[in-house]
Design a binder for this molecule. Structure first.
Ligand code: CS2
Length: 494
């Protein structure tokens, strides 16, 4: 029997269930980007909030829109929008039934008219998880005037990108004279609220509507947030585990996540769910420090694990973090390089780095390096180059960042020669592969051309030529020697 509203209460007592009737939820939140992360993160906190608020909580149902996967919206509908969250503890799995989504839609389905749903006065909050690449940003955090999807949205009747949908929705709110919803970006983007606000304003101006742009700037709240939970892509084991733990109920769309959960939200005005009912959620006046620590230590370290680990034949983050050479390199990278501009006490940073290594090594989480390695050109500036620049300005060495950049370039060089065993996804992939093809075997030229891309790396680095030479040398090592040998040497060098 398929999991649904009529039977979820029959799941064994060991399964966490919602303490409200999902049929009574009313939509108060519209979410863009109903993917795995959303289903393991905001839905969890919203479910805790609804549960803690009694009848009042029922106004916070989520209308969740998939941006690219119509089949997921359909599968959710088939299960009355319920699904299982499998929390993968290092030594066991706990199942929870998630039920805070009141409606699942596909964003591109013309009948769903997402902008109108956002402009509906019942919608008080819009949350987004469209991934960093869904905002079409360049290294300085502004939207890319050459991004084809954005250009298409400029004239589209039903926009498909997040900035396009939001600009259209705000135009509807403004025309009606209503109160705009609060827009909460939940993606790993530096200053994510401010950045999204500027993106939506710029998009409105591009469409020739400077007045709308100014109105958005004056009237719409875009709080910053920091989100943290490691959520791998679902595996076929997940379905078997869900069926077993649910006492035989079938779930075709369960997800797995690590136990860790954090959501730090900048305080804002207006009605909202009691998200802080979830022990991992809290409201603060300034999210900057949390965001910087998380983006640089977790997401930056993820990139090093993925690119260097992938070259060394390690398939998952757990394998890469457990590697006797790469593990210590990454731990040092986090502690010595990635915290250069993070203003937190040393003990806090030590604790966070140690927790991160434990989280990365969680054997219950199968997080493929191929996935973490996606869209590096969009992630590089804020996760790696920002602290690298801070270190270089102080004359501090940056061996981890150099290894990371060289390993990333090497992925494209190998791909160009059809010798990369991992699939490679990046919005700038064609251009980056071409650079490697044009400068085949010339590591200096490859390093020079990559680091010259200001839309990826920002303006020239301090002592730029030296950094280019260091990256070229690392590229040479990664070409001449087997990657595990390079890592062993680096680990031994300390
Ligand atoms: C990862 C993140 O794919 C990536 O870029 O680094 O999805 C990471 O797992 C989450 O940010 C953890 O909170």
């Amino acid at each position: 029997m398929k999991l649904g509203r009529s039977n979820f209460q029959k799941a064994p007592d060991t399964v966490y269930k919602p303490n409200f009737d999902p049929a009574l939820l009313r939509p108060g939140i519209v979410h863009l980007g109903c993917g795995n992360f959303h289903r393991a993160h905001q839905v969890t906190a919203t479910q805790a909030a609804i549960g803690a608020m009694g009848a009042d909580g029922l106004q916070w149902g989520i209308v969740s829109a998939t941006m690219r996967r119509p089949e997921l919206a359909l599968e959710l509908v088939e299960q009355d929008n319920l699904y299982t969250l499998l929390t993968r503890e290092p030594n066991g799995t706990v199942a929870s039934i998630m039920a805070a989504i009141s409606e699942a839609v596909f964003a591109r389905d013309t009948h769903s008219t997402l902008a109108a749903r956002i402009a509906d006065p019942r919608t008080k909050i819009v949350t987004l998880t469209v991934t960093a690449s869904g905002y079409y940003l360049t290294a300085d955090g502004s939207i890319d005037p050459e991004a084809a999807d954005l250009l298409a949205d400029l004239t589209a009747k039903s926009p498909r990108t997040a900035p396009g949908i939001l600009a259209q929705a705000m135009s509807l709110v403004r025309a009606k004279g209503g109160t705009p919803p609060v827009i909460l970006c939940c993606d790993n983007v530096a200053n994510n609220g401010r950045t999204l606000r500027q993106a939506v304003m710029d998009f409105a101006s591009w469409r020739g509507n400077d007045e709308l742009s100014a109105w958005i700037g004056e009237n719409v709240q875009f709080p910053d947030t920091m989100v943290d939970r490691i959520v791998p892509a679902p595996l076929s084991d997940d379905k078997d585990d869900a069926r077993r733990l649910l006492g035989g109920l079938e779930d075709s769309i369960p997800i797995s996540a690590e136990p860790w959960f954090q959501w730090v939200i900048q305080r804002f005005d207006g009605p909202r769910p009691l998200w802080e009912a979830h022990p991992g959620a809290r409201f603060v006046s300034d999210v900057d420090t949390f965001e910087r620590a998380k983006l640089q230590m977790l997401n930056g370290a993820h990139m090093l694990l993925a690119y260097a680990g992938g070259l060394a034949g390690l398939n998952t983050i757990a394998e890469a973090a457990s590697d006797p050479a790469l593990g210590p390199i990454v731990e040092r990278f986090m502690r010595r390089e990635q915290t250069a501009d993070v203003n937190l006490p040393e003990e806090t940073l030590d604790r966070y780095a140690a927790d991160l290594m434990t989280r990365f090594r969680n054997p219950g989480i199968v997080h493929e390096v191929e996935r973490i390695g996606r869209n590096g050109s969009v992630k590089m500036a804020m996760r790696v180059i920002r602290p690298m620049r801070a270190n270089l300005e102080r004359g501090e060495p940056t061996p981890g960042a150099i290894l990371l950049i060289a390993s990333w370039i090497r992925w494209f060089a190998l791909h160009e020669q059809e010798a990369l065993e991992i699939s490679l996804t990046d919005p700038r992939a064609d251009h980056l592969r071409q650079i490697c093809a044009d400068a085949r075997d010339d590591h200096m030229a490859q390093a020079e051309a990559f680091l010259a891309m200001e839309e990826v790396f920002g303006p020239p680095l301090p002592d730029h030529e030296r950094q280019v030479t260091a990256v070229a040398k690392a590229l040479g090592d990664l070409t001449r020697l087997e990657a595990p040998e390079v890592l062993r040497k680096l680990a031994a060098a300390g």
